[in-house]
Structures are given as C-alpha cells and as structure tokens.
Design a protein around this ligand. Sequence first.
Ligand code: LLP
Length: 444
Amino acid sequence: MKLRGTSRINEQGHLEIGGCDTVELAHRFGTPLYVMDETMIRRRIRSFVEAFEKTGLSYRMAYASKAFSTLAMCRLVAEEGLHLDVVSDGELYTALKAGFPPERIYFHGNNKTLDELVMALDAGIGRFVADNFTELALLDQLARDRGRRVKVILRTTPGVEAHTHHYIQTGQEDSKFGFDLESGQVHQALKQCLTSEGLEPEGFHCHIGSQIFESDGFRLAVRKMAALAAECRQSLGFRTRILNLGGGFGIRYNEKDQPMPVDHYIAAIAEEVRQGFAGGELPQIWLEPGRSIVGEAGTTLYRVGTVKEIPGLRKYVAVDGGMNDNPRPALYHASYEASLANRAGEEPAETVSIAGKLCESGDMLIWDIPLPRVNTGDLLAVSCTGAYNYSMANNYNRLRRPAVVFVRDGEASEVVRRETLEDLIRNDRVPGRMGAPESLMPSE
Ligand code: LLP
C-alpha cells in the first residue's frame, strides 16, 4: 500500500499518520475510526492555489463540502481562505455554525427548497448557482421581497461526458442538473436574469463529472463555455465575469488510478481559457473540488473480528464497520487499498477479502487484497477514505457512525464524536396507543 501525506511506519512497525500512532488512536477513540491527515488537506488546498498563482489568471478556489463537511473542516477551509460550495441547509448550517464568512459561501443544487433559499438569503450568502427556471423565478421573487439583488451563476450542462463511472457523470445533456446548452436554455435563463429586478447574473458554471484523470474533458468544457460567453456577449451585451468549472479532479485510490498532478490540470485549463477568451476580457476562473482536497487524506481504521476461510476458495476477514461507513464499494464498485496498521512493515503473506459486518452479501469493502497473515484483533487501515465516506455514512443495521479525528504534528483531535446507542433512538417516538414497556412483560 502506498504511504500518503504524512503517513509512515514507525519504530514499532505501526502505521503512523500526522505523527500519531494509529494503534494508539484506535485504543483511544475506538474503531471504526476516520483519521484525517490535516497537514495533507492543507497541502492539497495549497497545491491548487499555487498552481493557479502560476497561471497569472484571476481565480477563486472553493471546496465542495459534500465530500466531507464538519465544523472543523469548514473552519480549516475558512482559514485557508477558500470559498465554500454547499448543497443543502445542513451543509449551510454547518458552515455558518463554524463561523464561515457567509459572503464566501455559495449554494448549489437542482432542487433548493423555499426554506433553504430563505435561510441562505437571510444569512447573506455570497451567491447562488442557479440550476433551473423554477429556482430563478423563486429567487427573483425572494430577492425583490427583500429589496435586494442576488448574485447568480447559471449552471449549464455543456454536454461533455467525463470518462468516469456512469453514475457520477453530471455533464451530459440528459441530466437533472443545470440549463441545457444545446437547446438554448442557458441563453433564455440569462435573458430572464437580465430583465429581472432581483437577479444579478455574473457568469456560468459547469461540472463535467467526478474522479477524472485527463484534462480533455475540462478543455472541451472551457471551449464550450467560451463559445457561450462570446455568444451572450454579442446577443445580450453580457460580460461573463465568472466561469466556474466545478470539481472532479481524480485521486489515486489504488495503483490503477493515474491522476495528473494538480498543476497539470490547471495549466491545461488556463491555456484553454486564454485561447477561448482571446481578444476579450478574461473571466475569473473558479474551481470547486471536493474529493481531491480530502480523499487521500482520510484513512479508516477497523478492528478485525471474525475470520472465515473456505478451503480452496477464499478467506473472508470481517471488520467492525462496512457499507454504513463506506458505501462506495457497494454503490460504485469502488476499490480501495488497505494495510495492517499494527504490523505495517510486514510483507504480504496471503490474499484475503475484507467483509463488513452488515447483513448483506454486498457488504464487501475489498476483494482479494494481499496482506500479511491476518488474525482476529488486528487493526486494518483502509486508505483514501477522506471523501464521500463520512459524508455518505448512514445507520443501516442501526450501526453507529464512527468518530472522526484530525491528526497533525503528533496531536489527535476528535472533530466528530462517535455516535452512541442513545443517539440511534434519539428521534424515535412510540405512539401512545402502544402502551408502556411494562405491558410487553409476560404477566405471571
Ligand atoms: N461541484 C459540483 C457541482 C458537483 O456536483 C460535485 C460533485 C463537485 C463539485 C465535487 O466533485 P469532486 O471534486 O469531489 O469530484 N458520491 C460520489 C461522488 C459524487 C459527486 C457529486 N458531485 C462518490 O462517492 O464518488
């Protein structure tokens, strides 16, 4: 397994992350445990910023909080000076409670509810990425009611298909997201904004997919958006001030994944922007990655429980979590690497498959992975779980969601505490007509 970020194998042969021994982390915080390498997250953010600085373009970096959103993460993102993309009242609430400056927050989503729009407006968030005509009408009305003009960026579907898993493609024309480019919907939406009292259009947005390894899709998207900008300039006299190209930069889950360094993507985008907007004023370029900021910085620690060997067939090693803390293998056939955190220096001795503990055959975290001989009680570290793991975790089988710790320079801080059994029933209610628990006891 590849050692990432600040990870290393220490003198005890244990996996260490952020200067913290993972065996000790597991004792202190329990398992399963999400461990986030804070230094690595900050480095990833800075690599985007530095890459942009090299291009000389005007830019804004945002973080897509759907990948991993907690109070501490929002605080970190704010400290690093980024903007924040939220897609729900829950993500917005988290950001506001973390003290994230509202003007640096913007709201995405194909079905923002009235309550969400009102909450965001009243919090004074910076802008909305408007997705459809229903939203435009509502937003205009709400803005006028408040005697305000609201900044909007129009989300477009540029018809670019990124080379990635089908379910996470969002740039193709047949999509629930955004205004369609081909049929002229974007143009119509812009016209509507320009004639409205409540809306102030600033530019366009597109997001062509996720876990993308090449720059071709981004280049094509820029060309399409530049053509759109030119056309809107000519026909409506509109100057595109912001061009937001979304997120989607791939990361290395295993050796088959070969993402480009961040500065390669950004150099390609910059080159295409300069060509596409040649002769005119360049828009400010925005990016909003999620996975590539946090994905490789996360490691999940599990305790090995039962081991089942089917002679000549397979050895199943079961851990104390599974598809509730990481639904990605079940949802997307995502593949992960793992190591034995308590014997991290040992050579592989057998091939095993890692099963979760949930009551479903599909609850397999990793198939056929080489590991040192695995025993009950060992500590398994699954790497690259920082994005879309905690944020997609659930209570299936009434399992408790794990704690999250940030590690940095030898210090471990719990940023989300483990759910308790009490948490699981906190919102449950029993109808009065069902009587008291005593009535369930057999009467003598
Ligand atoms: N912007 C927009 C409009 C998006 O829809 C997304 C992701 C992002 C930015 C961030 O993309 P990223 O840089 O993280 O690839 N649950 C799936 C991923 C869904 C992505 C949805 N949109 C997974 O676990 O792979």
